[in-house]
Write a protein that binds this ligand. Structure first.
Ligand code: FES
Length: 343
């Protein structure tokens, strides 16, 4: 049975087949619902069911609380309709227009910087991946599992797809990348995915907050903004445990040196005396709170560890008056499939 879903306020409608989630059906029919993990963990796809009923599927309590359910909220990446529905969701221009493809790619280069592998993937000559800076891809493993990684380059610079993979000893895929993977190896991936990208219809100043390899999509977005000649002020906070974990700090420093609208603020949480760290210390979201009395006129893009993204979301909106719809995030959740941090 096909259920019809109407989206408010746009008035768009689409059909959902029995095997599909609401998000899967929307994307298949080019309706741009926002989303991130597709795993019921991040809450990026949360919206209201105004009329009709859904099965909540694998929605996780941290992303959809009992109070949310009582108010008629649902995670559209997990929810399946029980009949025709009317939902309320803020559609994202661009998400539904880009074709999601499954493609082969070749590992062209593996550079190891500190404990991060920078992979450059090459597509077949006849293929191109259209994507927005900040989106991610799923690497499809031979055993049917998948692993999500943010694209670290911008679309104008698409000779390769660049991924940043932190080595997590015991993490099966990152162990494989660090110990076994060879250049020229062939892999398959699906993408582009996600709605973490720059909202270019705004002229608000931007705060970007990354932890660890959350730097990767931010790099893509900033390179895109530079290429587009976007002059909105951008303050980029990058947090890590030690100075060495800021594995491409020099690159971020160059953005600041070469573009008057870009400011780079590295923040280290566990600096030791031998690190001789002269910069900011503490948690990265706290550095933003220390610097801004109000975020009422800003857009915020946050990417990295869920604990950071959640702390930033709560504090920026609750304590600094950031409008809730001006906070965009991509949190690197544990993947159910892999048992290790995703992206
Ligand atoms: S919870 Fe649905 S996309 Fe993350």
């Amino acid at each position: 049975m096909t259920c019809q879903v109407k989206v408010l306020p746009s008035g768009h409608s689409f059909g959902v087949e029995a095997h599909e989630t609401i998000l899967e059906a929307a994307l298949r029919q080019s309706v741009g619902l926002p989303y991130g993990c597709r795993d019921g963990a991040c809450g990026a796809c949360k919206g209201k069911v105004v009329e009709g009923e859904v099965e909540h599927g694998g929605a996780q309590d941290k992303a959809l609380s009992a109070a949310d359910r009582a108010q008629g909220m649902a995670l559209f990446c997990c929810a399946k309709p029980k009949g025709d529905l009317t939902i309320e969701a803020r559609e994202v221009a661009g998400v539904g227009d880009i074709q999601i493809k499954t493609l082969p790619c070749r590992v062209e280069k593996i550079d190891k910087i500190h404990d991060v592998a920078v992979l450059k993937l090459k597509l077949p000559v006849s293929e191109r991946l259209q994507f927005k800076a900040g989106q991610y891809i799923d690497i499809l493993m031979k055993d049917g599992k998948k692993r999500s990684f943010s694209i670290a380059n911008a679309p104008h610079d698409d000779a390769f797809i660049e991924l940043h993979i932190r080595h997590q000893p015991g993490g099966s895929f990152s162990d494989y990348v660090f110990n076994t993977m060879k250049e020229k190896e062939i892999m398959r991936f699906k993408g582009p995915l996600g709605s973490f990208f720059l909202r270019e219809d705004s002229d608000k100043p931007i705060i970007m907050v990354a932890s660890g390899t959350g730097f990767a999509p931010i790099k893509g977005i900033i390179e895109h903004a530079i290429h587009q000649g976007i002059t909105r002020p951008i303050v980029f906070y990058w947090g890590a445990r030690t100075p060495a974990d800021l594995y491409l700090a020099e690159m971020a420093g160059q953005w600041q040196a070469q573009h008057t609208n870009i400011t780079f603020i590295p923040v280290v949480s566990d600096a030791l005396p031998e690190h001789n760290w002269q910069g900011r210390t503490g948690f990265v979201h706290q550095a933003v709170l220390d610097d801004f009395d109000s975020l009422a006129g800003y857009q915020v893009y946050a990417c990295g560890a869920p604990v950071m993204v959640e702390a930033a979301h709560t504090a920026f909106i609750g304590e600094r008056s950031l409008p809730a719809d001006e906070f965009f995030s991509d949190a690197f959740f544990l993947s159910k499939d892999m048992g290790s941090a995703s992206k």
